[in-house]
Design a binder for this molecule. Structure first.
Ligand SMILES: C[S@@+](CC[C@H](N)C(=O)[O-])C[C@H]1O[C@@H](n2cnc3c(N)ncnc32)[C@H](O)[C@@H]1O
Length: 222
């Protein structure tokens, strides 16, 4: 198959998009905000409008979605729970639209079914960053989780912990600086802290993209 096309919805600055490009996909990113550091073709639009345009979706071999997740993140539970009200959880809207389109899809979100769960240690990264991925309209086998090498560096409950991983969210308390997060996640094309803290390490979607590529090739050859 020549390079298949994948739509990267809610793309931010392209942690996910770059992984799919490395796996051999031509990628088009969509975000509601301008994302000038997205290193691949980009369209500024509301991803929900795009998901409702089934004729447009079907111009792609696959669709990845990372709907905003703050409302369900552990970071917005407990003392930060009030922050969750500022965010809308788009998973319940995104999932049915993606299944209905019939295109092979991926949903990355804390509410997503855990068809695949990836962790930085599986790729030798300097972050743990567990992320769950729901596969819509295709399947692959589940990878095994691997043992962590140590703890996440930083202050928690008045105690400092050292360790091989950095916290790639928030600021202070020993959490990673922008340059530490870049290095730990393997991202060079943005040094904007907000974009880095939102990103999926490209190694994750390179892995998923490899599996997706096999699925598409098998479907094509029947
Ligand atoms: C969690 S981030 C995505 C991170 C990205 N997958 C990566 O790996 O770098 C979510 C993104 O969704 C965007 N967003 C929020 N609502 C949107 C909408 N209705 N349409 C398109 N993008 C939206 C935000 O601007 C943000 O960039």
């Amino acid at each position: 198959m020549s390079r298949p096309r994948i739509l990267d919805l809610f793309c931010c600055s392209g942690g996910a998009g770059v992984g799919y490009a490395r796996a051999g996909f031509d990628v088009v990113g969509v975000d509601i905000q301008p994302r000038p550091r997205y290193p691949l073709p980009f369209v500024q639009a509301d991803a929900l409008d795009v998901l409702r345009d089934v004729d447009y979706l079907r111009q792609f071999h696959a669709v990845h979605t990372s709907p905003p997740c703050q409302a369900k993140c552990s970071l917005t539970k407990g003392t930060n729970a009030a922050m969750a009200e500022r965010y809308v959880d788009l998973y319940p809207i995104v999932a049915p639209l993606l299944y209905a389109a019939g295109v092979p899809g991926v949903i990355e979100n804390p509410a997503a079914r855990a068809d695949v769960v990836l962790c930085g240690e599986m790729f030798g990264l300097g972050v743990l960053r567990h992320r769950r991925f729901e596969l819509a309209n295709w399947v692959t086998s589940k990878p095994k989780h691997v043992k962590h090498r140590g703890r996440v560096r930083g202050w928690r409950h008045g105690q400092y912990h050292d360790g091989p991983y950095i916290a790639a969210y928030g600021k202070g308390g020993g959490k990673g600086s922008a340059s530490e997060i870049q290095e730990a996640m393997g991202i060079t094309w943005t040094d904007v802290h907000e974009e880095l803290t939102e990103a999926i390490p490209p190694a994750y979607t390179e892995w998923i993209g490899g599996r997706l590529m096999k699925h598409l090739t098998a479907a094509e050859t029947g």
